[in-house]
Design a protein around this ligand. Structure first.
Ligand code: HEM
Ligand code: HEM
Length: 218
């Protein structure tokens, strides 16, 4: 069964119908999966402070920046204006969903929107504290260091910057906040994936397909 589509006044006058996209645009999909994979790898697999960890961290910064610019310049459903952060609307949406009377939205629903902003804010904290710990050294700076290349000990080089920063109260605070925020990201990810599956079931619409290769509307 296809979920009902609802026209909003503004959209009606513009001749558009309100429904979430059946396929998110390439920038949203690229940044979503790039960030998701890098976060999971950095939180669960790579060694904190290693070259691969810092490189993935920089990749996340680039993808996050790209997504935030896209939120201002991208297609209508990707814009911040299409999914404003509104906790009351989020609660109302969850209540409506439990009653089986939820409506359609042109982008993320209000609960999904809160989750997206929570992710982005936490990602900003994780990456900024990472930069403080490493003194802003880029992966290229690390890779071009002859001593590190000769020894192959990338993590030692990063750790040097980290330890210098770690001596200051700011560095120590950054380290603490970095780890707490990384754990928060994992918690959000678990809630997020559970939310996506619960919503997909409740709305009888596969939410994952539009984030992958698209969904055919019957
Ligand atoms: C993108 C998301 C990121 C996640 C999920 C993440 C996660 C983590 C976690 C869980 C640790 C603790 C690891 C351990 O102690 O074994 C850690 C440590 C560390 N991370 Fe990240 N990180 C991210 C990004 C970054 C970035 C962008 C940088 C630097 C530019 C960075 C630099 C460091 C450093 C230097 C440590 C070592 C801290 C210490 O053990 O004293 N991280 N990170
Ligand atoms: C650490 C891992 C993850 C992070 C940080 C993350 C983050 C996000 C963010 C920020 C958004 C908003 C997208 C945008 O507008 O650019 C989003 C949406 C979405 N994510 Fe994830 N995600 C993660 C893992 C996953 C996984 C494993 C799945 C698959 C089950 C998934 C499925 C989705 C879907 C379907 C949406 C769109 C929801 C909607 O229709 O409103 N995510 N995610």
């Amino acid at each position: 069964m296809t979920a009902p589509r609802i026209d909003l006044p503004g959209a009606q006058s513009a001749g558009r119908r309100i429904a979430p996209p059946t396929l998110w645009d390439p920038v949203v999909r690229l940044t979503h999966w790039g960030i998701a994979a890098s976060v999971l790898l950095n939180a669960l697999v790579t060694g904190g402070g290693s070259l691969i960890h810092v490189s993935l961290g920089w990749l996340v910064m680039a993808l996050l920046l790209m997504r935030l610019v896209w939120g201002a310049l991208g297609p209508s459903e990707a814009r911040f204006s299409a999914f404003p952060p509104n906790p009351l609307s989020a609660l109302r949406h969850l209540r409506d969903m439990m009653r089986g009377s939820q409506r359609d939205y042109p982008s993320h629903n209000p609960a999904g929107a809160i989750m997206a902003y929570a992710f982005w804010a936490t990602l900003a904290v994780v990456t900024l504290t990472g930069l403080v710990m490493t003194g802003g050294a880029t992966p290229m700076q690390v890779a071009s260091d002859k001593a590190a290349v000769a020894s192959g000990d990338w993590s030692a080089l990063i750790r040097e910057g980290r330890d210098d920063a770690g001596e200051s109260p700011l560095g120590e605070a950054a380290e603490e906040v970095h780890e707490v925020a990384a754990n928060l990201l994992l918690l959000l990810a678990a809630l997020h994936v559970a939310g996506v599956f619960v919503e997909s079931r409740a709305m009888r619409r596969n939410l994952v397909a539009p984030m992958l290769l698209g969904e055919r509307r019957k």
